[in-house]
Design a protein around this ligand. Structure first.
Ligand SMILES: Cc1cc2nc3c(=O)[nH]c(=O)nc-3n(C[C@H](O)[C@H](O)[C@H](O)COP(=O)(O)OP(=O)(O)OC[C@H]3O[C@@H](n4cnc5c(N)ncnc54)[C@H](O)[C@@H]3O)c2cc1C
Length: 441
């Protein structure tokens, strides 16, 4: 088959790689000047900045398999563990739960809250077999129809909700825990207490290493913004004839964020359009600074609760990945969605100024020491895995009436299909490739 993949992020590239390996003729269209999408590295003033995904976990099984296939598995390494933790009342409290009992050492909340947490994490060990954070369609959860903030406040108390669960969700998703489904949070907790726990790793060649290795074996057309995808008649989904900017393909994979997919889709099956229209994202900015090594403290990551700052949600010290030039290292800061969504149109200079000022308010030792390096704007940073979204995707993917995946020869692909983060996106790409393969059998 002739197959077009729109979007050279990690989901689209993985899908294209699997399809090309099965002998299909695959063309990947990418709007940007480089591959990787939200898994991309830029080099500024000789320093590498991972502008989207910042870390990979040791338990990303599909990522490890792919890296081995592409011959880059030996460039994966575990970050040098520095200190770090959660900010509360000007104090940083370390939190690195590698097992359920580690939560007892988290001194940022009261002893009573810690005992509640221990109970919760011990329960989470039972979910490791049934829930899967990288495929939220899998498994059932008694609380899946409710949001994490409400359930945690009710069961574990407001302190745990505001000073642990909310910052945790915001560090990785930039929006508050009131927007994420309890099922997604339970699955995340199960990931923490499961095999390998939370061991941050990366590629020696930084995040772009994997997308670039995938793209090397594919026909990727960079700088090509696709504007129109016209599905084949829905009544004849297998007959081919999908038009991508006027060119005919047998199948097309839309591996772009949902609002962009909806914008290019002309017509198409109603359930697909409804799902795309209902998918919401948290926006953020990734703001990178040069920081003198003599000033930078030895930490790996700091989570900033919304109650402490409405601007900065987290800061990663990329020195833990070996990112420094002997004089300076790189700090990358993510912004809370509430602020990020309003700052997308501001100038880099204004953003550097205000974020540096806020960081110095939180940590006075950095006043005057942060030099702006790069700003990346992410209007569609992370899909919001709300209770409605998780259930809606699950129902869409389960359709067997020809109006779901593959309707009119069009397949959706990416993290918004209940497949969070890089590992989830890889799984989405692999799943779509195997559905397309089955559709041609
Ligand atoms: C700031 C940030 C931090 C993150 N941190 C982590 C982390 O530490 N660990 C982790 O595992 N995950 C992290 N994630 C999530 C992870 O990066 C994403 O889940 C994953 O990369 C999504 O991949 P994708 O292929 O689904 O989409 P994308 O990467 O968004 O790929 C879509 C591609 O489509 C292209 N495109 C868009 N419009 C068009 C068009 N009209 N025509 C052609 N091409 C088009 C885009 O340029 C892009 O390359 C983070 C995300 C962000 C934003």
């Amino acid at each position: 088959m002739r197959i077009a993949v729109v979007g050279a992020g990690i989901s689209g590239l993985t899908c294209a790689h699997r399809l090309a390996a099965r002998g299909h003729e695959v063309v990947v269209y990418e709007a940007g000047a480089a591959v990787g999408g939200r898994m991309r590295t830029v080099v500024k003033e000789g320093l590498a900045v991972d502008v989207g995904a910042n870390l990979l976990l040791a338990n990303y099984d599909r990522l490890h398999a792919l890296a081995a296939e592409l011959g880059i598995a030996d460039t994966l390494f575990a970050f040098e563990a520095g200190s770090g933790g959660i900010l509360r009342d000007d104090e940083l409290t370390s939190f690195t739960p590698k097992s359920a009992f580690d939560v007892l050492r988290y001194r940022g909340v009261s002893f009573a809250s810690r005992m509640q947490l221990l109970r919760y994490f011990l329960r989470a060990t039972a979910w490791t077999a049934s829930l899967d954070f990288f495929d939220l369609s899998v498994g059932d959860d008694a609380d899946e129809g409710r949001d994490a903030h409400a359930v945690v406040t009710e069961r574990l108390g407001g302190e745990v909700a505001d000073y642990l669960v909310d910052p945790f969700v915001r560090t990785f998703h930039f929006h508050g825990s009131h927007e994420i489904s309890m099922k997604a949070f339970d699955a995340l907790a199960a990931l923490f207490v499961g095999r390998d726990g939370f061991v941050p790793t990366g590629f020696r060649g930084f995040m772009s290493a994997l997308p670039q290795a995938l793209a090397a074996g594919l026909d990727v057309r960079l700088g090509k913004v696709i504007r129109s995808v016209r599905p084949a008649a829905v009544a004849a989904p297998a007959s081919g004839g999908v038009r991508v900017d006027g060119e005919a393909y047998d199948r097309v994979v839309l591996a772009v964020p949902a609002p962009i997919a909806l914008g290019m889709l002309e017509g198409g099956a109603a359930p697909m359009r409804t799902l795309l229209a209902a998918t919401r994202y948290a926006a953020t900015l990734d703001v990178a600074f040069r920081v003198p090594l003599s000033v930078a403290e030895d930490f790996e990551g700091i989570w900033v609760p919304f109650r402490e700052s409405v601007v900065i949600s987290e800061c990663a010290n990329d020195a833990c990945k070996g990112c420094h030039d002997g004089t300076d290292c790189v700090f990358t800061m993510g912004l809370h969605a509430e602020t990020g969504s309003h700052w997308l149109d501001r100038s880099d200079e204004a953003i550097f100024h205000d974020v540096a000022l806020e960081w110095a308010r939180l940590f006075p030792r950095y006043a005057g020491h942060l030099r702006g390096l790069h700003v990346e704007r992410w209007p569609h940073a992370i899909p919001i895995y709300s209770p409605d979204h998780v259930a809606g995707v699950r129902a869409f993917l389960a359709r067997t009436d020809g109006a779901g995946q593959g309707a009119g020869g069009v397949y959706l692909c990416g993290d918004f299909l209940n497949h969070p983060w890089v590992e989830g996106s890889i799984r989405s790409g692999e799943k779509v490739a195997s559905w397309i393969e089955q559709s041609s059998a």
